[in-house]
Design a protein around this ligand. Structure first.
Ligand code: C5P
Length: 240
């Protein structure tokens, strides 16, 4: 399979056409951005760590009955994925109050929700990803009611599976953002699931193990990404 022309360049990933029908290559670059692109850097190896964790999660989710776009890794930066028609929704699942929900509403950081909260934003950089509700999503015809129901069910299943896996490594899954796409009538989990798109807290120390380290300059971002990637993909009992 050959990599062909660039199809799309996002803030941290590039997507390429390939010679194989229905397959794309996603390249995880070393670019990191925060605050709507207001803070930017290039951090050596960032792409590799995020790709490794994403691939690990996609594989784990597939084995547990969640359809994802993931096929295989070509090299540490490049992932072969199923070509999807992407749905411009950022589906966020929150277990504990943190980040924008604490800034926008009277909630104290660290307060667990009685049940996981799904918040859906419109993926549109020019409009700064405004929050949606079901009625706006359907009025915009972004998905059908059946697709919306499926997306929410999948988001909650991903939350259950990842929370369990991470808890076993001493990590609390505070919140995360995922994106979906369709091929025909089937909805697949797309994009990535990495330290850039999750909020992870160390169960022992309460310390951040994710992009908040970069956003709020809490420490050596790459040292933390490296450690957390190892912790997630090579649990203690499997490390040699
Ligand atoms: O910033 P906020 O608290 O709304 O983010 C919730 C979760 O979604 C965080 O884990 C954050 O990293 C992720 N997110 C993301 N991409 C965005 C917005 C949020 O990955 N554009």
């Amino acid at each position: 399979m050959k990599q062909k022309d660039l199809l799309y360049k996002g803030k941290a990933k590039s997507v390429f056409n390939t010679s194989a029908k229905g397959k794309l290559i996603v390249e995880f670059r070393d670019d990191i951005t925060a605050f709507d692109g207001g803070k930017k850097d290039v951090l050596k190896n960032k792409g590799k760590y995020n790709a490794e964790v994403s691939a690990f999660f996609f594989d784990y989710l597939e084995r547990n009955g969640v359809k994802t776009h993931f096929f295989t890794m070509l090299d540490p930066h490049r992932m072969v994925v199923r070509k999807l028609e992407m749905i411009p929704l950022e589906v966020i699942v929150r277990n504990i109050a943190a980040g924008s929900i604490v800034r926008n509403y009277p909630l104290k950081e660290g307060t667990p929700f009685a049940h996981p909260l799904i918040v859906i934003d419109y993926k549109d950089d020019a409009r700064h990803d405004p929050m949606l509700n079901d009625e706006i999503i359907l009025a915009l015809k972004l998905v059908t009611p059946t697709e919306l129901k499926k997306i929410k069910e999948m988001a909650l299943k991903v939350n259950r599976l990842l929370s369990m896996l991470l808890a076993a490594q001493g990590i609390t899954l505070v919140d995360f953002k995922i994106e979906f796409g369709r091929q025909g009538r089937t909805i697949y989990l797309g994009d990535e699931i990495s330290m850039d798109s999750m909020r992870l807290w160390d169960k022992k120390t309460g310390g951040s193990l994710d992009k908040d380290v970069y956003r709020f300059e809490k420490g050596d971002v790459m040292a933390i990404y490296h450690k957390v990637a190892e912790r997630i993909t090579k649990p203690m009992n499997k490390r040699r």
